[in-house]
Design a binder for this molecule. Structure first.
Ligand code: NAD
Length: 364
């Protein structure tokens, strides 16, 4: 029985989580999956109730669950709190406690939405990339770090970019495993021409590929070239692997190809697994039934695929989303003239209808 801790969070996080739970319940009925959902406060809602963004009790529940499904946290009400008391620091604490070292960010351009991209339709239509970013190491965490005074009165800022063999091996295996489930092509991104740490990155990824994944095609790109190729020939990529900082940049660039924040799912996995949409709590539209629930619905499909090996039910959800878009249904963020505008709940209902009708009208 898959045990899921649900953390709706704040703002539209709550709205899109409710919709995606409805979808998961329908999938559960259809495929005989007995989900066990437990819902807890997280972020601003936890601050209001307990004074802190995440309680130890919730962290323990997250550790004992098979997966955590999260909406989004934050909002103006909690913006002026000290950094460590803010809703977002609860998210960092959760990632740390679950040792979520691998961040997975798919970027898919649906044919029906190809015009939402800033790039030409023929360049982006059909793009389907998975960016795997190392999340708990590299320059964002390396020591020493700081700003120090120099004798001549200047200041010097410094950070440390380091990776151990073990850190590279474990993230490489995540990326190779995913590539194996997809089109068996992995692009590893580094800066091995300039940085020793990236030479270690490249030789380690190569070794893991040769010894454990000979069936996966591996290419290496320097990060500057990767950034260019990603907008020049995005369709040629399948899985992209990068360290923390390069992955941060490349995953945002890949996301921008799709043109819409409301469509982007993500997962952070390691000891535990956290599934969350890329977007935040969107205070500007919260409580108005305007949010696009698709990012969250696709996030729950990722959970089925990566935590529970339920590839087929995940595919059913993804195809239902595609069909609803093809029929012209849109939430406000992806709406354009001639389409049918829906609220958050209604978009969820259309996707639920497609899932129920799945057998009757298979996608051709
Ligand atoms: P945001 O992602 O919440 O919103 C940015 C813009 O995109 C807004 O105009 C919003 O209306 C729109 N948008 C976002 N998701 C949408 C959706 N599903 N459907 C339709 N429109 C959508 O980013 P922000 O405004 O910079 O941040 C708002 C709050 O969320 C802040 O407190 C921030 O710290 C927090 N935040 C949390 C997370 C997280 O929980 N993982 C991520 C990013 C931001």
């Amino acid at each position: 029985m898959p045990k899921v801790l649900v953390l709706p969070g704040d703002g539209i996080g709550v709205e899109v989580t409710n919709v995606s739970l409805d979808i998961l319940n329908i999938i559960g009925e259809k495929h005989n999956i007995d989900f066990e959902f437990e819902t807890e406060l997280f972020g601003g809602s936890s601050i209001d109730e307990h004074g802190i963004p995440i309680t130890n009790e919730v962290i323990e529940k997250a550790k004992s669950a098979d997966a955590v499904l999260m909406g989004a946290v934050g909002g103006p009400k909690w913006e002026n709190l000290a950094h460590e008391n803010k809703p977002e620091s609860g998210l960092l604490a959760l990632r740390k406690e679950l040792d979520a070292f691998a961040n997975l960010r798919p970027a898919i351009v649906y044919p029906a939405l190809a015009d939402a991209s800033t790039l030409k339709r023929e360049v982006v239509e059909g793009v389907d990339i998975m960016v795997v970013r190392e999340l708990t190491g590299g320059i964002y965490f390396g020591r020493p770090r700081g700003i120090e005074k120099l004798k001549d009165g200047q200041e010097k800022g410094f950070n440390t970019l380091s990776y151990t063999t073990l850190e590279i091996e474990r993230i490489a295996r995540v990326a190779f495993d995913i590539a194996r489930k997809r089109n068996k092509k992995l692009t590893s991104i580094d800066k091995a021409n300039v940085l020793e740490v990236m030479q270690l990155w490249r030789t380690t990824v190569t070794r893991i590929g040769e010894t454990e994944y000979p069936d996966v095609e591996l290419e290496h790109l320097y990060v500057d070239n990767a950034a260019m190729q990603l907008i020049r020939r995005p369709k040629s990529f399948d899985v992209m692997l990068a360290g923390n900082m390069f992955g941060d940049i490349i995953s945002d660039e890949a996301a921008q190809l799709t043109g819409s924040l409301g469509m982007l799912p993500s997962a952070s996995i390691g000891e535990g697994a956290i599934y969350e949409p890329v977007h935040g709590s969107a205070p500007d539209i919260a409580g108005q039934n305007m949010a696009n629930p698709i990012a969250m619905i696709l996030t729950s499909a990722m959970m089925l695929k990566y935590s529970f090996d339920l590839d087929q039910p995940a595919r059913v959800i993804e195809e239902a989303v595609e069909r609803v878009l093809e029929k012209g249904f849109r939430t406000a963020d992806i709406y354009h003239e001639g389409m049918i505008k829906l609220g958050c709940k209604e978009m969820g209902e259309e996707i639920a209808r497609e899932i129920k009708d799945y057998k009757e009208t298979p996608l051709v």
